[in-house]
Design a protein around this ligand. Sequence first.
Ligand code: ZN
Length: 343
Amino acid sequence: MDTAGTTDAEYHGTPAGTTGTSADAPATATRGRPAPALALDIGGTKFAAAVVESDGTITARTEEPLTGPGSAPMALRTVIARVLDRVPGGLPCGVGIGSAGPLDPIAGTVSPVNIPDWRDHPLRDEVAAMFPGRPVRLAGDGQCMALGEWWRAPDRDRVRSLLGVVVSTGVGGGLALDGRAHAGSSGNAGHIGHTVVDPAGEPCPCGATGCVETVASGPSMVRRARAAGWSGADARELAAAARAGDPRALAAFDGAGRALALALLNTVAVLDPDRVVIGGGVAAAGGVLMDPLYRWLDELAGLPFLRGLRPLPTALGRDAGLYGAAALIHRDRPAASLTAPDA
Ligand SMILES: [Zn+2]
């Protein structure tokens, strides 16, 4: 289900398009209608940007792949320029940024693992300089995914806490709590991919051993299947091989399902969230991942409130992070220390 294009006029108290402004809207560009937010999704392999209205409608969207070292600055300028003509006056009411981590939302800097020329890169201030007087807010991509899934959930009034997990080239996550992206003390809350599920396992680039990501990310599954003799290229081919019954591919997905089940059970035991949503490119493979995940959840769950845990597939697909980045502006009210200087 894609909720793009639906409205939630109750949020601003006035139907979209009618006269009236909202205290929640930091700026108005046209009479009676809050200006849209600019949403940025800074991934390790591509950047995406969208113009998102206060009712959650995406009116423009674009993305640009990173082509190698040094390509990030141009990709950033390109995606922003492509969508800005959909913003009245070229001035959004604010800019929300979801970025691959690690990041420091206090300093406003990002150090995405897959963008080596960005280390402690002052992304928030760089973007703020393009939009003087507008709030610019930064959060982790997994945090934005969770916030986006919460914001666009049709029943969000009944959901106080939502754990989001992204299974892709890495494994990430975040928690939306009471309508906010939960940043945590350092801003990095939600790194479920770097919880340890096998202390005797493989070393992880993060420095620990046996993290979920060493088993359940797309590249990790491919690596494990290849070690068992499979010869395909990527996670997409691996999913196809699993559907065709290849035992090496099935074993890789089974291992991923077990690692994710362990991490989810541990996390849910601590947080007891109202909802768990799983997304990302690998999760999009569907049953080949979700079936072993559910099987392992049933096998490993102990306490009654953990039994029957069923993460829901994402309702927003690859755009969940963009919705969440927009929600940093339209919905979230982070601590002032996390925010670039507002007007
Ligand atoms: Zn790790």
